[in-house]
Each structure stands twice: as structure tokens, then as C-alpha cells.
Design a protein around this ligand. Structure first.
Ligand SMILES: *[C@@H]1O[C@H](CO)[C@@H](O)[C@H](O)[C@H]1NC(C)=O
Ligand SMILES: *[C@@H]1O[C@H](CO)[C@@H](O)[C@H](O)[C@H]1NC(C)=O
Ligand SMILES: *[C@@H]1O[C@H](CO)[C@@H](O)[C@H](O)[C@H]1NC(C)=O
Length: 394
């Protein structure tokens, strides 16, 4: 029997693919079609004039400043080598694989801005959202997500990752039409994050919220949250959690008497170093908020196969310096962790265990695997540069 992720892959790969294609790339395709019509008509004009009067055709090429690159193509081998390094483009500072392109055409970053199919591209966007919020959702949580999304102004792009395959139903909400929907059955938040939140794709966004679906947001305002995060220099943060019986760590517990906190006291013996997790430089993975720069590092640390993200919270500090000052909890904009059943109940019964037990077991296993990989990688690095590893981090 395979794992949760694998079994859903092997049963319906076509369905998964179709869903990705229709929802995610549909948006991109729309833009491509819209943008290529003008280009297409230019090409057609060129082609017709070229066939009737070749000279005019070449004139058109030079008009478009394309004459130079075309010369080697039209010439034979000897001429080509003569022209080799001056007429061929090779720009080592371009992104890897794009060295043959003139830098002026290289678009190395993208975004989740929605465009229309007509009009001038430069006039498509009335407003460019500055922040991105993602929720990993099932339709059963629609009311909770509706309430949460309403806490985010139009300064936010909204991206929903659907783990239950239900997307069209969300159109009952007005905001759903301006949201991006990515639907892949039975995957986790960190699986989606690794695949759809590449730092080059989300580069325009100053802050990125990667949130679970079971958060109560009555006491949360996103704009105010951003203001506080900036004020206190938090690169990685989360809102304080309303104390409830499900609380695991002291660090993420909301304090009633301040705007933010960056350190805490834990049970005796839990923190070897007061500046290290779980006493500082630490937040949990249910409602993290990353600055653009921090996310550019964290994304690289997410493992493709460790989809539950357990252990990531203890390692986030590798991405910011000094971590105990740049990681913290915002107390005055706080949330309630409702611990509603969600993806956990989407597992599969195996060896007589309940679905959620199998998921929980894998979470723990992944945590160990992640810790091992990280400490092995650190050891390997320090060995490779001939230095004794400094006291190894956990
Ligand atoms: C390339 O062009 C030159 C001069 O036009 C000619 O002498 C030569 O044979 C050509 N070489 C090939 C490989 O066609
Ligand atoms: C063409 O490039 C090769 C390899 O970079 C180089 O050895 C050769 O000298 C170049 N030829 C000319 C004409 O620049
Ligand atoms: C969006 O951001 C701008 C600039 O920071 C701010 O002035 C505006 O109030 C924000 N919009 C909302 C709805 O908060």
C-alpha cells in the first residue's frame, strides 16, 4: 500500500493533470492568447510581403531590428564561424538555460495578477496587489474561508489550493472570481507551496501568507498586521494564537499586553539556548507569513517528498539573520486555531488504523527525516570547506 500522496497519484493521474491544466494554466493561456494576437498579425504581414517582394521583406526585418541575428542563419558554415562570438548571443548572467537570449527580452519573474483578453496589456491592471495570501481548502470549510478572505483587502492576491477537487462551487462568493484556484486532489499545503509558490512566481509580493483553513479571524486585520510586521522588522511571523487547550508551544501563544513578541519561556529543559527554538526564532507552520526575501530562502528548504512540513518550523531560522530578532509573533492581531478536521481525515485506512492516524504517523516520520537531512547537509557542507562543524543546530 502506498502513502497518501502516492495512492491518489496512481489511481487518477489523468484527473489530477486535467485539473491543474484547466484551473491553473487556463489563466496563463488566456493571457498568452490575448498577448499573441498583435504579434501574430505582424508575422503574417511579414510573411506575405516576403513572398511577393523579397526586398521589402528584408526591409521589414531590419525595421524590427532583427536583421543582425538573421544573417548567420542565412549564411553557410564558414561565414557562421567567422561571426561566431560577436553575432551570437551568450549572456552568462542570464538565468540558467536562457543564456542565448538578449537580456532585454528575459522575463525571469512572474505574478498572479489577472489580465483581460482585450485592450492594451499596459492598461490591464487597475491595481497590482502587493501581498499574497494562500489558503489550502476543502469546500466543507467554505464559510470559514469566506470570513477569512474578507479580512484581506484588495491589496492582496488570493490563491486557493483545493484538496477536495471542488472549485466551481466557490463562485457563490463574489471574491472567488478574482481569486486563483488551483485544484489537485488530496495534497498538502507544503506540496502546493513547493509547486505553485516558486520565489520567481511570487516575486512581486512583499509578504506571502501561507495559511491553513481552520483559523478564526475575528480579531485579525491583514493591513494592520502588515504594518506591525514592518514596524518590528519581522521577516517570518504569525499571528498570536488565542490560548486554548490545543496549544503546543508557548511561543505562539498570544500575549494580551503587547504588539509583538520574539521570545518566550518554555517548560524547564526545553530550551538549551533562549535565542533558539522553541523559545525564540520560532513560529509554527499553520499560519506563517513570510517576507519576499525570507520566502526566497524557505522555498528552497522545502523538500518535495516531505509534504506535511513538520520540522520546517524549527529550521526557518536558517533563512534569516539574526533569527531571534526577525522571527516573531504578532499579538495584537491574533487568530484562533479551531482544530477542525481537514486534510487529516482525507487519508486512507491502512492496517486497521484510522485515516488520520496514518497521516499523523507520516507527519512524525517526516519530521525525523527532515532533521536528519538538514544536519547531514550541514555536516557535509562544513566538511567540504574543511571546517569542523560548529555545534550542530536542531
Ligand atoms: C560558403 O560560402 C563560400 C563563399 O560564398 C563558399 O566558397 C563555400 O564553399 C561555402 N561553404 C559551404 C559549406 O557551403
Ligand atoms: C569562435 O569561437 C571559438 C570557440 O569559442 C574560438 O576558438 C574561435 O577563435 C572563434 N572564432 C573567431 C573567428 O572568433
Ligand atoms: C492598500 O495599500 C495602500 C498603500 O499601502 C493603503 O493606502 C490602502 O489603505 C490599502 N488598502 C486598504 C483597503 O487597506
Amino acid at each position: 500500500m502506498g502513502s497518501l500522496g502516492r495512492s491518489s497519484h496512481s489511481t487518477k493521474p489523468n484527473e489530477s493533470m486535467r485539473l491543474i491544466v484547466t484551473t491553473f494554466f487556463g489563466v496563463v493561456l488566456g493571457f498568452v492568447i490575448g498577448a499573441s494576437f498583435p504579434a501574430l498579425s505582424v508575422k503574417l504581414n511579414l510573411a506575405s510581403s516576403y513572398f511577393s517582394t523579397p526586398d521589402d521583406g528584408l526591409e521589414s526585418f531590419s525595421d524590427l531590428s532583427l536583421k543582425k541575428p538573421f544573417v548567420p542563419l542565412c549564411s553557410n558554415g564558414t561565414q557562421e564561424t567567422k561571426l561566431n562570438d560577436t553575432s551570437k548571443i551568450w549572456v552568462p548572467s542570464n538565468p540558467r538555460g536562457a543564456e542565448r537570449l538578449p537580456p532585454g527580452i528575459v522575463e525571469s519573474e512572474s505574478d498572479y495578477f489577472l489580465r483581460r483578453l482585450w485592450g492594451k496589456p499596459s492598461e490591464d491592471l487597475i491595481k497590482k496587489p502587493k501581498y499574497l495570501v494562500t489558503f489550502t481548502v476543502g469546500y466543507a470549510q467554505k464559510n470559514n474561508i469566506d470570513a477569512a478572505v474578507k479580512k484581506f483587502s484588495d491589496n492582496f492576491s488570493i490563491l486557493l489550493f483545493h484538496y477536495d477537487g471542488r472549485t466551481t462551487e466557490w463562485d457563490e462568493f463574489e471574491w472567488s472570481k478574482r481569486a486563483i484556484h488551483v485544484s489537485v486532489p488530496k495534497q498538502t499545503k507544503w506540496w502546493y507551496a513547493k509547486r505553485f509558490l516558486h520565489p520567481d512566481i511570487v516575486a512581486p509580493y512583499e509578504y506571502i501568507f501561507i495559511w491553513d483553513e481552520d483559523l478564526g479571524v475575528e480579531h485579525f486585520n491583514a493591513e494592520e498586521y502588515i504594518r506591525l510586521v514592518k514596524k518590528h522588522g519581522l521577516e517570518i511571523s504569525q499571528p498570536g494564537l488565542e490560548p486554548n487547550k490545543g496549544l503546543t508551544w508557548q511561543m505562539t501563544k498570544r500575549r494580551g499586553d503587547r504588539e509583538v513578541h520574539k521570545e518566550t519561556e518554555e517548560k524547564p529543559g526545553w530550551c538549551k539556548d533562549p535565542q533558539l527554538p522553541p523559545c525564540a526564532a520560532f513560529i509554527e507552520i499553520m499560519a506563517p507569513v513570510f517576507s519576499r526575501e525570507a520566502w526566497r530562502c524557505v522555498w528552497y528548504m522545502i523538500q518535495n517528498d516531505l509534504i506535511h512540513g513538520w520540522g520546517l518550523d524549527f529550521a526557518l531560522r536558517k533563512c534569516v539573520e539574526p533569527a531571534h530578532e526577525k522571527i516573531g509573533v504578532v499579538d495584537s492581531q491574533w487568530i484562533i486555531h479551531q482544530s477542525l478536521p481537514s486534510l487529516g481525515s482525507q487519508g486512507e485506512s491502512e492496517n486497521g488504523k484510522k485515516p488520520w492516524e496514518g497521516v499523523r504517523e507520516r507527519c512524525k516520520k517526516e519530521w525525523t527525516m527532515f532533521q536528519t537531512r538538514l544536519s547531514d547537509a550541514e555536516k557535509a557542507y562544513f566538511q567540504s570547506v574543511g571546517i569542523d562543524p560548529p555545534k550542530l543546530s536542531r
